[in-house]
Design a binder for this molecule. Structure first.
Ligand code: ZN
Length: 439
């Protein structure tokens, strides 16, 4: 008999490994933070301190939200259905200019609670006061890649941009070697960062061998301005600055032409697709099927809560598939297994965590979720991929394990005090009301 710390048994395992192996009546053993055994059958060779009977439920790798602004959870529903500039200038910018550490911390904890409760185990964040987000993730027991947003204007956190680079270096040093938190360099976008800022950011990322996260080609206006200002489309401009490479994580990539896609392929640019945000802000439809056909790795993100308005990746998968179908007028476009890959194994690759997580394989870190399938909207079950993408919702996730630690059991959050988080979020919302009413 082999010893393990945790044994999950009687599960339908979707491993998301290279062969897309599925184990009926499967089991998975976890020793410390790592997957130590995977198999199938009733005669279990493992003895474990804790045994979880999945009762035939689906067990799969934890979902990866590859682009969000976690603390914007506190702006959920603050102002919707407005033109982008009015939304930004009347609500988001006035509120963000007044925010502080306490706000970011409360918002990040609210987002972590929502993400765990809906099956996300890893997220990539861009915001202000990002050390607070990293601490919140650590407290929640979540895996993350985070970075302080850098731009040309003074920041409520660090002030002038030189301090922004110092703050990013501080984050890199502070969180180096942490099992859950990784740091990226994160210039906001081409239209908010000077050429000098972008070059410095890229050099810093290369020096420390960390990813560079940036919003690219999100709206049509952005492309028009780029051509007017630089005489180039966004990816051509980035190439002229020497900041294309496999370390670049480009969020959105909605308006890109075929020659830019060639460039993205040859430089191994990573893409994060955010379908619900792109729909809500009427940004357009990212050419995801073209990216995938050319071998670009594409992950899935929710973007911030103000433009979504939730962090439910199961819902985001559904939207991603349907948006590509309607945009290409082809019902075979972006099928369910491909979308699930985007939210798991490809998400891990995009964030540079591919060797650690994204699939259930012996030797990988134990990040996984369990879904209860004994619910009316999940019966009958012919195809688990279809069920996950087109029928399931975040609420169906009952258990979540991250790095070997059970953070949710039978829908109860084990790592966070939910009542306290909700109370703090309501208090912060009162401050938000005063911020936007004074603007
Ligand atoms: Zn964003």
């Amino acid at each position: 008999m082999i010893e393990a710390d945790v044994l999950i048994m009687n599960a339908r395992l979707l491993t998301m490994d290279a062969q897309m192996s599925v184990f009926e009546n499967g089991f998975i053993g976890v020793t410390r933070d790592t997957i130590s055994h995977i198999g199938k059958g009733d005669s279990l060779p493992i003895h474990a301190k804790k045994v979880i009977d999945a009762q035939g439920g689906l067990v799969l790798p934890g979902l990866i939200n590859a682009h969000t602004h976690a603390s914007m959870s506190l702006f959920r529903g603050l102002a919707d259905d407005l033109p982008l500039m009015e939304w930004l200038t009347k609500f988001i910018f006035p509120a963000e200019s007044r925010m502080d550490k306490e706000f970011v911390r409360a918002g990040a904890l609210l987002a972590c609670a929502e993400m765990i409760l809906s099956g996300t185990t890893t997220f990539c964040d861009m915001y202000l006061f990002e050390d607070e987000v990293a601490q919140a993730a650590q407290e929640a027991g979540m895996r993350c890649l985070v970075g302080e947003v850098l731009y040309d204007f003074p920041s409520p956190n660090y002030g002038p941009i030189d301090k922004g680079f110092e703050y990013t270096e501080f984050l890199i040093q502070k969180w180096s070697g942490n099992p859950l938190v990784s740091i990226a360099v994160e210039p906001h976008a081409l239209y908010t960062c000077s050429a000098d800022l972008l070059t410095r950011a890229n050099n810093l990322a290369l020096t420390h061998r960390v990813p560079l996260v940036i919003h690219v080609a999100e709206t049509k206006i952005e492309i028009e301005e780029s051509i007017e200002k630089f005489g180039k489309r966004p990816f051509d401009y980035m190439e002229s600055l020497g900041i294309l490479g496999p370390h670049v994580i480009a969020d959105h990539c909605v308006h890109v032409d075929d020659s830019e896609i060639e460039r993205m392929t040859s430089h191994q640019i990573k893409v994060v697709h955010n379908p619900e945000s792109n729909m809500k802000l009427a940004s357009g439809v990212s050419p995801v099927t073209k990216f995938l056909a050319r071998g670009v790795t594409v992950a899935l993100g929710t973007d911030g809560c103000a433009s979504n308005n939730n962090l439910d990746l199961l819902e985001e998968m559904d939207m991603a598939a349907k948006l590509q179908k309607v945009a290409t007028m082809d019902p075979t476009a972006l099928d369910a297994p491909t979308v699930l890959k985007m939210a798991t194994v490809s998400g891990a690759k995009v964030l540079g965590l591919g060797s650690l997580v994204g699939s259930l394989e012996v030797g990988k870190k134990a990040d996984m979720i369990l879904l209860d399938i004994k619910r009316p909207h999940l019966v009958p079950l012919y195809n688990p991929y279809s069920q996950l993408v087109y029928s399931a919702r975040g609420n169906d996730v009952t258990h979540s394990m991250i790095n070997g630690r059970l953070v949710m059991e039978n829908r109860k959050l084990l790592s966070l005090d939910l009542a306290e988080i909700l109370k703090r979020a309501k208090e912060e919302a009162q401050r938000v009301i005063t911020w936007v009413s004074k603007s």
